[in-house]
Design a protein around this ligand. Structure first.
Ligand code: PHE
Length: 454
């Protein structure tokens, strides 16, 4: 078994964690949810969920990971030996493995669109909706793209914490932020874009139904990579001088900024094209945007080509850094728990994901009618179970664990780096209060409601 390494710098820590958080959730899922949830009103609730629920949970995962310097399963085993809490450690490992199986399918789609954008194929699409349906519903092409992105992720993970995860994040994240900034400018420059801005900035509070609040919370958790073992595993590679609260704040700030910027990219562009509505759903990125780009192609083809390539490159980079963080928890678990070498552990995770991923990938074509579980396709089942069940459940367990069970001295010493940082007493009290009461009650209530139990 390899010797355990830490990230080598504070910048590496922030960029790797932000790489985990910034993903398809920001660029693909967030604008869709904003579109369906009525624009600015949704964003308002979303930000509240990030600050009140997301941040304390992120810090909690950091505490568990950094204190133990172990993979998620063994971290809980160390902190609460021979207790039921250990199940949360396994749940973390399992959830990330689960997510990777379907996340890689969508990541594969982004790669297909990037390739099409590069060869100029997107400009020739006349019916982008039929095109997407034909592609995602076919058998081999989506499988090949899924396998390629999975292998890219494999290549990063196999190189380990410093030369794999940290190095790739330091390369990909700045590039990603640069592309985002460029695309915002592009989108604003499209005629008629101001309607999109109004939609994003002017809250219509009548749209705030309980189901919107529910999706805002789910989106905040998913986007911050909470309760899936990823942050806890990354934190186990944090150095002892890393400031947990500050890091969590930076990661949440980067993540939220990227999500809102993605809205700024998408909606002004979308509103500038007639007959495209903001609530176009999950197809926004793969159906609506190619249409928007193809209109842009009409006027200045080269510019349209450039920006469509940049957009899908952005999507792919975001997806890859997140995939890497989802791959690491099960890899670290196999590596440390069963004392395997990194290449062997990485390969096992990749192969299992590819095998299960086939079922998710074919859910849009040959297996569309195969719905053995709860009447859902494999893809929808994996998405439902991880995002709607494991995720809130994990959130509740983590908050209860750190709020009630974990030794308060450990919490304080991790927050203050063994007393070397000054963290006001009210802050610690508020942190514990949120973990003990607000988060379990809010998330639990919403969870129960969502399952239709009340
Ligand atoms: N947060 C990532 C996103 O926004 C997704 C993710 C989920 C990453 C779970 C890690 C763990 O796309």
């Amino acid at each position: 078994m390899e010797k355990r390494k830490n990230f080598s710098s504070k910048l590496g820590i922030v960029l790797a964690s932000a790489g985990s958080a910034v993903g398809l959730g920001n660029v693909w899922r967030f604008p869709t949810e904003v579109g369906e949830g009525g624009g600015a009103a949704f964003i308002l609730v979303y930000v509240l969920c990030v600050v009140l629920l997301g941040l304390p949970l992120m810090v909690s995962e950091f505490i568990i990971g950094r204190y133990t310097h172990k993979n998620t399963a063994d971290a809980y085993r160390q902190l609460a030996p021979r207790s039921g809490w250990i199940a949360q450690g396994y749940l973390g490992v399992f959830t990330s493995w689960f997510i990777l199986c379907y996340y890689s399918v969508v990541a594969g789609w982004t790669m297909k669109y990037l390739v099409e954008a590069i060869v100029g194929g997107l400009s020739e699409i006349s019916d982008s909706s039929a095109y997407f349906a034909a592609f995602s519903g076919s058998t081999w092409e989506p499988l090949v793209y899924m396998t390629v992105v999975m292998l890219l992720c494999h290549l990063v993970i196999i190189r380990g914490v410093q030369s794999g995860i940290e190095r790739s994040s330091k390369l990909m994240m700045p590039l990603l932020l640069l592309i985002i900034a460029m695309l915002v400018v592009f989108s604003f420059s499209m005629p008629g874009s101001s309607a999109g801005l109004t939609f994003l900035l002017k809250p219509d509070l009548s749209k705030l139904t309980s189901s919107v609040i529910l999706s805002a919370m789910g989106q905040a958790f998913f986007s911050l990579s909470i309760a899936m073992g990823c942050l806890c595993t990354y934190a186990s590679y944090f150095t002892d001088d890393a400031r947990l609260v500050k890091t969590a704040g930076s990661v949440a700030a980067i993540d939220t900024t990227v999500a809102i910027m993605s809205g700024f990219i998408m909606f002004p562009a979308v509103f500038s094209v007639e007959a495209v509505t903001p609530d176009a759903g999950p197809g926004l990125v793969f159906i609506t945007l190619p249409h928007v780009f193809s209109i842009a192609f009409g006027n200045v083809p080269l510019l349209g080509w450039f920006f469509s390539v940049m957009f899908y490159l952005l999507l792919l980079l975001a997806a890859l850094t997140s995939m890497v963080s989802i791959h690491e928890p099960p890899t670290a678990f196999l590596l440390e728990h069963f004392k395997l070498s990194r290449p062997v552990a990485t390969t096992i995770v990749t192969v299992v994901c590819l095998c299960v991923g086939v079922l998710c990938c074919l859910s849009f074509g040959p297996l569309a009618d195969c719905r053995p579980l709860f009447g859902l396709t494999f893809f929808d089942f994996f998405d439902f179970v991880s995002a709607k069940i494991f995720l809130p459940l994990g959130g509740i367990i983590i908050s209860l664990f750190v709020g009630w069970r974990l030794d308060r001295d450990i919490v304080v010493s991790q927050l203050t780096n063994n007393g070397s940082l000054h963290i006001p007493a009210w802050f610690i009290a508020a942190f514990i209060f949120l973990l003990r009461w607000l988060i379990p009650l809010a998330v639990g209530g919403i969870f129960i409601r969502e399952l239709g139990l009340i």
